[in-house]
Design a protein around this ligand. Sequence first.
Ligand SMILES: [Zn+2]
Length: 273
Amino acid sequence: MHLSSAKIKSFIKIFFFYFFFNNLYSLELKGEFYQGNLIVGKTESGSQIFIDKIKIKVSKEGYFVFGISKNRKNDVIIKVVNQNETEEIIRKVYKKKYQIQKIDGIPQKQVTPPKDVYERIKNDNKLIAEARTIDSDYIYFTNKFILPIENAIVTGVYGSQRILNGIPKSPHYGLDFAAKEGTPIKAMLDGEVTLSEKDLYYTGGTIIFDHGHGVSTLYMHLKDVNVAKGQKVEKGQIIGTVGKTGRSTGAHLDIRLNWYDIKLDPASVLDLN
Ligand SMILES: [Zn+2]
């Protein structure tokens, strides 16, 4: 059989149309499959979604979200189940290159905290962990994030391995912005305040927002904290100011992004260029 090039082209077109149509019909995914990234999906209302065989929350509109952990190497297996069919999609996870950051000359008590603050640190960590387990029905995570400060200059990135005074520490999971003390900070997304603390040991003035389905953001080292726990905040609203509270080498803003307890790269949801 002879196929003209026009026929082949139209066949390819039909094939792609069919392929995309099917894909869009049952599953849409937003976000790149890099380590540390947040992926937002949409499926038909009423479908169930399993990520690596674990059922995750799907909103009544069909929205869902999940995060890819910092060192994940395995493919992500997404299973969509609805009344008539089960579909399985396998996505490869791309590696991110992480920096090594050596900082010397830090007072030793900041590298290893003194014993008398262990209880306090334990309590702080518990508060933060509890805020991050909140599993609300909000779907704010489907909206676009904005930068928390104007003219932001990034001075620290997600995943950097820190070596403080020669001692390897846990990686830095935040995104740091250089800013003067007192610079107003905007909420990056609509959300509900689930933690508002003025003086945590490491993170100082700290705010955590719930954006729904386990997605949370955290802002740390704040000088002023202008929002209270339980408050609903709109994207762009001033929530506090930049400071150097907690264990901070100087005034800057450090933000975090989580999907439940999985620490993600805030840069994956921001337009940094
Ligand atoms: Zn930082």
